[in-house]
Structure formats: structure tokens, C-alpha cells
Write a protein of this length. Structure first.
Length: 151
């Protein structure tokens, strides 16, 4: 098995010579030739609140990885998942040193067909154990799940 290598490109221009309060935090990150994200810092760090920030991207990556891992294990187990949502939350305490995300909570709602809640919860846990983003984070990732079974 070969290593999986991921690359991105980042571009910023401006001047920090204008001081901490005045330099522009807006920058771009190229994911590939077709996808470029325009990002900034969180508004509390003098960024543009209209743009995504690294903290949100970290949380989105954890949420997305959990979803994709869950869908994969469910499909391999022949369990029909028909809808998932996640209201994810990350906490970065102001007094933490060094600054870091200290907790991630994924609040998922799952609709499944032709199975039972215990099976879905077990698959969710299996997916969590396989999620490479959660496995890469120092902060604990907690998952709460509400499961609806339909006929």
C-alpha cells in the first residue's frame, strides 16, 4: 500500500508593515486546478467574518470525514442510510495556551431504512474509529446521534 499524499497551494499578498490591526488576513487556498477557497481569519482575530476561517475548515473536515466514513461502513454492511445531517461545534478557549481547539462535537441526525437503531449506532462508532481526521486531531471528537428508522 502506498502513502496518500495531499497538496494545497496558498497565496497571500499585503503588508504587515501597517501593523497588527491593519494588515489584510484574506488569502486563497488552491485545492486543485478547479477549486480555490478564499479564506480569512476569524473576525475576533481581525478577519473578514463573511469568509470561512481555518477553525471552521478544521470542523468541516471532521464532520465530513465522519459522514464519509459512516456512509462507507453502512454501505459495506448493506444498511440503507437515506439522510444525514450534522450540527458540528468546536471550542477554542480564549485562555488556552497554546491556542487550540479543545473539543469537537458532532451532533448527527440519521434517517435509515430497514434496520434498527442499535445497528446504526454501532456503525456510527465503527466509522468514528476509522475517521482519519478524528484520529489526527489532538482534541477529542464526541458524537451524539439521533436515529430515525423508516420503513
Amino acid at each position: 500500500m502506498t502513502d496518500h499524499i495531499y497538496t494545497t497551494g496558498l497565496d497571500w499578498s499585503g503588508s504587515t508593515g501597517v501593523g497588527y490591526r491593519a494588515y489584510d488576513r484574506t488569502h486563497t487556498v488552491a485545492i486543485n486546478d478547479d477549486v480555490t477557497l478564499t479564506l480569512s481569519a476569524d473576525s475576533v482575530f481581525r478577519g473578514d467574518a463573511r469568509l470561512a476561517n481555518p477553525e471552521q475548515l478544521l470542523l468541516a473536515a471532521a464532520s465530513s470525514c465522519q459522514l464519509l466514513s459512516f456512509l462507507a461502513v453502512a454501505a459495506l454492511a448493506h444498511v440503507d442510510i437515506v439522510h444525514c445531517t450534522d450540527s458540528a461545534r468546536a471550542v477554542m478557549p480564549a485562555d488556552s495556551s497554546p491556542m487550540r481547539i479543545t473539543e469537537v462535537t458532532l451532533d448527527v441526525k440519521i434517517v435509515a431504512r430497514g434496520t434498527d437503531e442499535a445497528t446504526v449506532q454501532a456503525l456510527l462508532q465503527d466509522a468514528h474509529e476509522q475517521c482519519f481526521i478524528a484520529n489526527s486531531l489532538a482534541a477529542p471528537v464526541t458524537i451524539t446521534a439521533e436515529v430515525e428508522i423508516i420503513a
